[in-house]
Design a protein around this ligand. Structure first.
Ligand code: 13P
Length: 336
């Protein structure tokens, strides 16, 4: 492992005004997205859709990297050019989702633990050969009356730390993602407290596993009220709470933090990021690694006529990348 190379990749992922597009939905998740717009979830439709996203003209103006699913990393354009080649030619760093999903945590009803450590070293070795230079692992933390338990937090963070150490051993930058889920009736203060506990424990686990922070990226959820709480929080409230929580938990040596969108509207995801970046000095670049908030408008448009709407759908992908890229610099203008 070269720490310099890992650090170089990590810094490139959060280069000024750039962020990540997450297109790493598992086949089960992309089926849900396709079902929502009436597209059949065949391998060819998944390939065609990912080709649309990855060949968006000038995508790299605002996108530094893309997270793929295993199937996508091995696919090619209709003309036979491997997606990894398309990305390399366009200056977009290939990333790969390496966890095997969140599964029920035995003994803790309603809580989940992410699986996928068995055989991970060999998979990472192969992914590196296929061109991947960073890897994502998502832990899922639900908030409820009795959740999250300390056991759930510890189990997930232990797995995140083991995956991160393996990634670095194999030359890939770990993008560690402890997602505190928005669903629930909790208020914003509870989300803050849970996020703080989770992140504090995560960085303890990374430290115990000798993970080099200079070669690590955090993928964080924002501090928001639960979706069924009935509470509203202004853009500034969310930005202030999220920034304060991150400042009190995330070491300054980390090269950058990127956010997931987690079900926020496209506009909220952009506005929150923009507001945080307008809030003055902070130790790390704050950017995006959005899935839904990068893709949903494009998917809807494409679904209306998958043979003829490719170019128009790509225009919406570019527009979302541009808006989020500007938000990563605190320069987004809502009026467009
Ligand atoms: P969303 O932005 O849709 O939450 O997806 C990001 C992601 O990669 C979650 O793991």
């Amino acid at each position: 492992m070269s720490i310099e190379l890992l650090a170089e990749t990590a810094q490139a992922m959060v280069a000024e005004g750039k962020g990540i597009i997450a297109i790493d939905e598992s086949n089960a998740t992309i089926k849900k997205r396709f079902d929502g717009v009436g597209i059949e979830c065949t391998e060819e439709n998944r390939r065609a859709y990912r080709e649309l996203l990855l060949t968006t003209p000038k995508l790299s103006d605002h996108i530094s990297g893309a997270i793929l699913f295993d199937e996508t990393l091995r696919q090619s354009t209709r003309d036979g050019v491997p997606f990894t080649r398309v990305m390399a030619d366009n200056g977009i760093i290939p990333g790969i989702k390496v966890d095997k999903g969140a599964h029920p945590l035995a003994g803790f009803p309603g809580e989940l633990v992410t699986e996928g450590l068995d055989g991970l070293r060999a998979r990472l070795e192969e992914y590196y050969k296929l061109g991947a230079r960073f890897a994502k692992w998502r832990a899922v933390i639900n908030i409820d009356d009795d959740a999250p338990s300390g056991t759930c937090i510890e189990a997930n963070n232990h797995a995140l730390a083991r995956y991160a150490a393996l990634c670095q051993e194999q030359g890939l930058v770990p993008m560690v993602e402890p997602e505190v889920i928005m669903d629930g009736s909790h208020d914003i203060d509870t989300c803050y407290e849970v996020t703080e506990v989770v992140l504090r424990s995560l960085f303890g686990s990374l430290y115990e596993h000798n993970v080099v922070l200079e070669g690590t990226i955090l993928k964080a959820s924002m501090v928001v009220p639960g979706t069924t709480s009935g509470d509203t929080a202004s853009i500034e409230d969310v930005a202030l709470a999220t920034l304060q929580c991150l400042k009190s938990t995330v070491p300054a040596t980390l090269p950058g933090i990127v956010f997931l969108s987690g079900g926020q509207s496209d506009e909220d995801a952009t506005a929150h990021l923009d507001a945080m970046n307008r809030m003055g000095p902070k130790p790390w670049p704050l950017s995006f690694s959005y899935g839904r908030a990068m893709q949903s408008a494009a998917l809807k448009l494409w679904s209306q006529d998958i043979a003829n709407n490719v170019a128009d759908a790509q225009k919406t992908v570019y527009a979302r990348a541009r808006d989020n890229g500007l938000a990563a610099m605190g320069q987004w203008n809502k009026a467009g």
